[in-house]
Design a protein around this ligand. Structure first.
Ligand code: AMP
Ligand code: ZN
Ligand code: ZN
Length: 503
């Protein structure tokens, strides 16, 4: 665990500060460079905190961050909505089919090797993560110091770099110990203090799996994490850091109920000895070995009314699953609340062993996570429509005055919020569409992007005209340039939408 020399660090900071701005002050000399250091950034993940968990309990710490900063309606993740892919998208700004962490359990056809999050050797092997550059690598490369108290990928050497301070994953580590360590890191002398810190909690997710979303033990886990965050915020306040650092709180996906009677047994349709299935659950990732991809597709297409199946090239555009060699030949996805498994696996399972799951279409509202941002660049009381997690890498680079590595996100949805004098809020427009006038679509409009709520889903679209009347994203479009308005979601198009109310 070595740290770059102080000189290198000061020179880098000076260059980056001149190139990008966004630092505390404009340095005039190398001696002033320390003053140009960006505000520290703390990135916190509460695994499995669905965007609607805020009303489960009193959460004074989270409420304090909401009141003092920006709260997004929700966080739209990448597909599949599982811990490793979504966390890695969040810190790289790349989709799973680009960064290569395509599931919690993967098969790599080039290496003929498997990855699973329980396999210590694989989790710590940089090979699996090389398709992306996580923010801690970007930071270390440009002379900043990074510290990770857990984050998928943070144990591995990626592009030959690890965070200066990091921990092997140990899920049982008491929450108090995690908070103490973060405060201790921030107490380090200037030349060794981290500029970027990550912190991670898994208990809200574990309780969601065991008891179902919003169950009492989930609420208790939320209260527990919040109480530790409260101590963290008090510690930051005592150090006069709370308003001179950025804190981003995210979750990596939401949670849906699952039902023991809603399992689709893949072995009823497919000879499992003739394929490799690298991941099971809401979606199955299937590889052609003894059967061709086309044969697998034919065997599964229409096999079960609650399951859809695609060949790799036909996966819906807005999933942006990508083209990495770990993206499987065939993808099968179950409906929300339905799972894909096999008879031998399910034979030994109890009806009550799993009551919650995630991993489905990231646009499903139940798969949306949460996002709070607090700190000097954000006005208190700001609101945003649902935001895409792929855009957070660009934001973190901006806040740390770093030059981002190539990525697939955009700073644009956040730009108007940065250093805005007053809180920015969101307006809501109801559209009524369809011949029977029975389709209601709610639009939540921020200054540069829009969220479309169509019942089960929340889609996020970027503004693509100067007037805020046209919004687009892969497979999606909202055109409000002429009445009636047009809304396109995948193959479905409504050309007759009229405003039904606004606020
Ligand atoms: P998921 O069900 O996809 O939400 O995965 C959650 C689980 O991932 C947690 O309960 C942890 O056991 C595991 N996990 C989270 N972070 C790490 C990590 N950095 N290394 C290994 N396992 C992890
Ligand atoms: Zn998770
Ligand atoms: Zn989970």
């Amino acid at each position: 665990m070595s740290s770059p020399t102080l000189l290198l660090r000061l020179v880098c900071l000076l260059l980056v500060a001149i190139a990008l701005g966004g630092c505390r002050s404009e340095p005039r000399s190398v001696e002033d460079a320390a003053a140009a250091r960006p505000y520290p950034l703390l990135l916190i993940s509460i695994d499995g905190f669905r965007h609607d968990y805020f009303d489960l309990a009193d959460t004074p710490a989270l409420d304090r961050l909401v009141a003092g900063g920006l709260k997004a309606d929700s966080l739209h993740h990448a597909f599949p909505t599982k811990t490793f892919p979504t966390h890695y998208t969040l810190v790289t700004g790349r989709y799973p089919g680009t960064h290569g962490v395509v599931a919690n359990s993967m098969w790599d056809p080039l290496r003929d090797q498997r990855f699973s999050l329980g396999n210590r050797d694989a989790v710590g092997d940089g090979y699996w993560y090389q398709g992306g550059e996580p923010i801690w690598v970007t930071a270390e490369r440009q002379g900043l110091t990074a510290a990770t108290f857990f984050w998928p990928g943070s144990e591995a050497r990626i592009h030959r770099i690890r965070p200066t301070y990091w921990k092997p994953y140990a899920g049982e580590t008491p929450h108090a110990e995690r908070i103490d360590q973060v405060l201790d890191w921030l107490d380090l002398p200037e030349d060794s203090r981290p500029d970027l810190i990550t912190l991670y909690f898994s208990t809200v997710d574990s309780m969601g799996h065991r008891h179902g979303p919003r169950a009492d033990p989930v609420r208790d886990a939320v209260i527990d994490v919040d109480s530790h965050l409260d101590r963290l915020l008090n510690g930051l306040e005592e150090r006069e850091l709370l308003d001179s650092m950025h804190i981003i709180v995210v979750s990596d996906h939401g949670m849906s109920r699952v039902d023991f009677d809603q399992y689709i047994m893949l072995d009823e349709y497919l000879d499992l000895s003739r394929v490799i299935v690298s991941d099971w659950g809401p979606a199955a990732q299937i590889w052609a070995t003894d059967m061709s991809a086309e044969e697998i597709f034919q065997a599964l297409d229409g096999a079960h009314p609650r399951m859809r199946v695609w060949l790799r090239d036909d996966i819906p555009e807005r999933y942006r699953f990508g083209s990495h060699h770990r993206v499987p030949d065939v993808l099968a996805e179950a409906d929300l609340e339905w799972m894909i498994s096999n008879r031998p696996y399910m034979a030994g399972r109890s009806r009550f062993s799993l009551l919650g799951m995630h991993g489905w279409d990231p646009a499903l509202a139940e798969m949306h996570g949460m996002l709070l941002i607090h700190g000097p660049s954000f006005a208190a009381g700001s609101q945003a429509p649902a935001v895409r997690s792929v855009d957070l890498y660009a934001l973190m680079n901006h806040l740390l005055a770093l030059q981002p590595a190539p990525h697939e996100g955009s700073l644009s949805p956040f730009s108007p919020y940065l250093d805005a004098a007053d809180a920015i809020t969101v307006d809501t427009l109801e559209l009524i569409c369809g011949q029977q006038r029975d389709t209601r679509i709610k639009l939540r409009r921020g200054p540069r992007h829009l969220a479309v709520h169509d019942g089960l889903h929340i889609h996020v679209l970027d503004q693509s005209d100067p007037n805020g009347l046209l919004y687009a994203e892969a497979g999606l479009e909202v055109d409000m340039r002429n009445e009636p308005f047009t809304v396109r979601i995948d193959a479905e198009v409504w050309e007759d939408c009229l405003p039904g109310g606004s606020s």
